[in-house]
Design a binder for this molecule. Sequence first.
Ligand code: NI
Length: 261
Amino acid sequence: MMIFDTHAHYDDEAFDGDRELLLEKMAEKGIGRIVNIGADLDSTKQSAALAEKYDFIYAAAGVHPSDTDHMTEADMDCLRSTARCDKVVAIGEIGLDYHYPDIDKASQKKWFQRQLALAEEMKLPVVIHSRDAAQDTLAIMQENHAERIGGVIHCFSYGWEMAKIYLDMGFYLGIGGVLTFKNAKKLKEVVQRAPIDRLVLETDAPYLAPEPFRGKRNESPYLSYVAEALAQLKGLPVESVVQITAENAEKLYRLEHMPNE
Ligand code: NI
């Protein structure tokens, strides 16, 4: 049974010391496929390069809201040409992040909208990052008919009411290490109420490692702990959770079905 990690950042410098070693061992550690997510232009290019190098890695092209301040039209062109590569399966991560003070909300909104439009133009799903910006994210997605684009709300962190709206728009919810945290009451409720066929597993590696590795560098094999927590909440065998979430991920990223041995 192979796990599909729908969101990781193996281009991150946290992996500079052992990236190849780690990636070469994914299959034997139960990881079937990984989508490496772009956070800026540089990491988008590195994601595409990783996807070219490794069969089981795919890439997403996008600029994270924390990095849109100095974005230019030339950057959009660069994203567009990277998005044309065969193994680029999504636009992301894109969205809004109001967590830190002194952020430029107008610029975040502008480039979120532009990248949503790029996804629609390229007929690719989106990977949405939304933190402390629930209402504005939803408003922009509704205005831009995100239901026609589809995708995943990565590291879903809002309540059931918001989850329901995104599920009704056809979106998947990305579930990661936070689910294993003791204080994750809200997320546990969302997971209990959401249909299992709309949940996907994600690490956000190197961030958000699950218990018992909380605070350490995250790696895709740790997803077994998230799958275990999900299985318990859903009252399903962990093998079913791994298989169903992998099939969901294939649908989300519009990949061919890979028989899960
Ligand atoms: Ni991420």
